[in-house]
Design a protein around this ligand. Sequence first.
Ligand code: ADP
Length: 633
Amino acid sequence: MATGEFDTELDAYREQVERPLWRLFVAYAPEKAAWLTVGLVTSVLAYGTVLVAPIVLGTTIDAVFTQESAYALPLVPDAWLPIDRTAQFWFSTAVVAAALLGGALLQWVRGVAINYFAHGVMYAIRVDAYEKMQRLDMTFFDNKETGEVMSILNNDTSSLETFFDNALGDSVRIGVIVGGVTTALLYTNRQLALVTLGAVPLLVGFTWWFMRVIEPRYTRHRETIGDLNTRIENGLSGIELVKTTSTEDYENERVRGVSRDVFDAQMDVLKLSYFYRPGMELITGAALLVTFVLGGLWVFSGPPLFFSGTLTTGDFVVFMLLTQRLTGPMAQLSNIVDWYENAKASGKRICGLMDVPVRIEDRTDPVGLDDIEGHIEYDGVTFAYEDGETVLDSVSIDAAPGETVAIVGPTGAGKSTVAKLLLRLYDVSGGAVRIDGHDVRDVRLADLRSSVGYVSQDTFLFDGTVAENIRYGRFDADREAVLAAAEAAEAHEFIRSLPEGYDTRVGERGVKLSGGQRQRVAIARTVLQDPEILLLDEATSAVDTETEYLIQRSLDRLAADRTTLVIAHRLSTVKDADRIVVLDEGRVVERGTHEDLLAADGLYANLWGVQAGEIESLPDEFLVRTAESSANH
Ligand code: ADP
């Protein structure tokens, strides 16, 4: 899909997502339906118990103390109630105590159940999103979406969890308490209830206004946090540059600047947000006061204003106690809206990731590669990366089983791209790449990638021990096999001299090893993999002559009885290859043995001349092209 006006593919898919929360809920909630149900039912009951005390106390005052009405409790059959006033007093006390205890217990069950649900959903989403991410092809990652994916896996799943836990819980709380208070007040005294409940629309309106004015400040705050993170991340990854150029003060100043913005934006938010809760309390307080005045007048001198009928002391107490119960839950209203908005944005990003198509995966009945001979064939391969510029144009290369074929050419000619197509990191745009006659697109990906041993230009090591890095991908290999592989890779000597030998930790990305050492660990990994086909993207980074010799010797040994494709940047290493293919601007311009090519006196002979020091530089006709493609690179 063309990303068009969007920065990245992820953005483009995200924008198309509709009703993300509902979609995620339908996909993930059913598995955890039991926890959700228990959570919701106990929520309703738990918040319901909050209403018990005010109602029972009001009734008891009327029946036991002022004797304005008979003793009756809502939902309790009259037959169960005691007749004697003292007994009634203690019965009410027992009911309130039971409600308090039951409420506490229900709250606990509610919390556990809702969290099992919310965290369970988050766990499932995170695992699925990670698995999905692993299946995406390199084009996706070329666009540097790693930061975005990290944030989806961390922040977005967390904000969904907050939503499913807190927002769900608090919505139920508001529903039950506002619903319960409304019912109880209407049941107790309809006329006064209408006055008191006037607070509810006011509370909702105030929240709505508050959300509108605070939203731009929140947005600004989030932006400044984003800027700060980017700044810090850049400073950290460029720490070596910062130190070597002594720009610490400059960097400190930059971080101080954005930190100040964060502070200002945060204070703008806080100044306003501390206004919300008191505002809500003011509204309920006003409602309480009005109810107190009207109810109080009513109790001791009959119905005021346009009211009629009676209001007992107990009813009056019920009103006083219940009205106060409204503030707590209603003050969560703005949080709920906020959680909801955040969760919606997060849900969109998660669903967006789920929607990015997996372009490179096994077809329905893929061909297995059990017994492979190792015949590699590029047949008229044409290829362009996502930006559309043709990088390879009708490239044909043939390597018979056991042969070593070298690919050479100026920087940017397309050599590494040739390598990536064999591993099917990308799919060809035209033509085909075949192994033993099977199009790589038909071959089971896992088989393909385990039959091809790839030693790349930049060796990546995981933070772990040397032995773990050698064993990566062949996790069942025993110690002897690891040692033998290291020996074959000419790595045993240096590994033994490390502080803890094979158990030395290599640091993040292997920073504690030198470039040449990392490469030899990677070669040992490939020796252990024992692939039928070898793909060497020769490192451009300079290593000393001795290391180069060791590396070369181990690679020669490794290549001896396997089909090998060498992407060579230094020609000295390939003159013994069975065949050399010279690429220039994505096209095969020459092919043959080293001697053939020298005799032909074309690009290869000239590159050779420069590298061997026989001529000082490439003749102009070659130079111009090489410079251009280097600039592109
Ligand atoms: P070589 O290995 O011969 O130096 P490459 O195969 O790395 O050449 O690159 C060939 C061309 O493809 C270059 O112009 C380069 O800029 C471009 N290219 C390489 N990798 C990518 C990528 N991931 N996305 C887009 N263009 C790329």
